[in-house]
Write a protein that binds this ligand. Structure first.
Ligand code: GDP
Length: 298
């Protein structure tokens, strides 16, 4: 479909080997290729501009190590810059589940983003890896099918799901989930909020009222990485209204190059905590900045 950035840059730099330092002209030629590659990977334009100007500063005047071609060297600068932008090389920021149990996690996102699936995946991960007792609850009062779907996925994940009681409001269900959590000794309660097709005031107001009741330690936005710039806009809007603590990007097993992830991080400054990598209940990976940088570079 497209040449990898590495191949393109080797092309630009083939004629330049043997020089002492990268000149402005060399770097600018490379930056043009980098810009196109990032845009093709679905990174938002302002993020691309900001990023390339930082790379320019760093690359100009940099000595070309003899054993490495200038192309490889610029790729390394770009790669390291991407890793930095994505949150650095260290261990990904995990979940903050400290405090008086039950600790609540609020899941937010548009309908179809993979929110319910991610709720079950996360519940499984926390119960298996952290040996915590986890309860999930669907607050999607408008779509009974969504409640049923969470119950089924929770069963697959071998975690408890709050029984469905018809006629309760989302806030009432949140209260019930938290008190069941307290009375039945759960460590973590994951609340799957209603998804809408677009962000509206009612949705945001409801989410804020739920947050008041549950006092979540984590509020995670689930966004579909394949929707590219729409996902970035969604992240921005949600972050303005809810106090998000992190992002989960789904469908990273799809064809996308992952640029939306970088844009979302750049726009919101929020850590990407997990990536959804399949439809299955164990298809959730901890975020790895280096791996994603490699994927964006192609
Ligand atoms: P919700 O409306 O946001 O709750 O979305 P769902 O959890 O119902 O997910 C919508 C569809 O996306 C379902 O068919 C899921 O199986 C699928 N899905 C969710 N996450 C992933 C993922 O990481 N990879 C893939 N390939 N499919 C996913």
């Amino acid at each position: 479909m497209f040449d990898s950035l590495s191949e393109r840059l080797s092309g630009v730099f083939d004629s330049l080997t043997g020089r002492g330092a990268l000149s402005e002209k060399d770097v600018d030629a490379a930056l043009r290729e980098i810009r196109v590659a990032l845009l093709e990977a679905d990174v938002a334009l302002p993020a691309v501009k900001d990023f390339t100007s930082k790379v320019r500063e760093k690359a100009i005047g940099e000595d070309v190590i003899r054993s490495v071609s200038p192309g490889q060297q610029v790729i390394k600068i770009v790669h390291d810059g991407l890793v930095d932008l994505l949150g650095g090389e260290g261990e990904p920021e995990g979940l903050n589940l400290t405090g008086e149990p039950p600790v609540a996690i609020l899941m937010a996102g548009l309908q179809g983003s993979g929110k319910t699936t991610t709720t079950a995946k996360l519940a499984k991960r926390i119960s298996e890896r952290e040996k915590k007792k986890v309860l999930v609850a669907s607050l999607d009062t408008r779509r009974p099918a969504a409640m049923e779907q969470l119950a089924q996925m929770a069963e697959k994940a071998s975690v408890a799901c709050l029984p469905i009681v018809k006629g309760q409001s989302a806030v009432e269900i949140a209260k019930r989930a938290m008190s069941a959590g307290r009375l039945q000794g759960y460590d973590v309660v994951i609340l799957d909020t209603a998804g809408r097709t677009s962000i509206d005031e009612e949705m945001m107001g409801e989410a804020a009222r739920i947050a008041d009741v549950a006092r979540p330690r984590e509020t995670l936005l689930v966004a579909d990485s394949l929707t590219g710039q729409d996902a970035v806009e969604t992240a921005k809007r949600f972050d303005e209204r809810l106090k998000l603590t992190g992002l989960v990007l789904t469908r990273m097993d799809g064809d996308g190059r992952g640029g939306a992830a970088l844009s979302m991080r750049w726009v919101t400054g929020l850590p990407i905590k997990f990536l959804g990598v399949s439809e299955k209940v164990d298809g959730l990976d901890a975020f790895d900045a280096k791996r994603l940088a490699g994927r964006i570079l192609g």
